[in-house]
Design a protein. Structure first.
Length: 135
């Protein structure tokens, strides 16, 4: 059963591996999310400027602007967007130790769809709770 249109969580998948990004977006759509895929950080920024997603799934290794650089840019310009950094690197925790960001987590590839949807749902709840506190 699909979520009500207004309650659907918007997800932007950013990965230069076209098949991976497209497939992940399709699988998220099948689970009721409003998911789209783009394949470079430049397209991601354009999409975010037009309509910031609830959750951004961002690959760490990207051509041009790295995923880490894109992460910092997104968090500077759009601090309310929840970012899930996707990486195949198992040592990512060490690299991220010194980074203190709100609305951010990471997941190791290959992505477990069930674990990812739990992250997305928790992110949406967290964001809704923060908005309520500010009202």
């Amino acid at each position: 059963m699909k979520k009500a249109e207004k309650d659907r969580t918007s997800v932007l998948v950013v990965d230069n591996e076209i098949e991976f990004a497209s497939t992940l977006a399709e699988r998220l759509q099948m689970r009721g999310y409003d998911a789209t895929a783009v394949y470079c950080t430049e397209d991601a920024f354009e999409s975010i400027k037009k309509s910031p997603p609830d959750v951004l799934l961002l690959d760490l290794i990207m051509p041009g602007t790295s995923g880490m650089e894109a992460l910092m840019n997104v968090k500077t310009c759009f601090p309310d967007v929840f970012v899930v950094l996707m990486t195949g690197r198992l040592d990512i925790e060490k690299e991220l130790e010194g980074i203190k960001l709100d609305n951010f987590t990471f997941i190791i590839k290959p992505v477990d769809l069930s674990a990812l949807t739990v992250m997305i749902d928790r992110a949406k709840i967290e964001m809704m709770n923060k908005k309520r506190l500010l009202e």
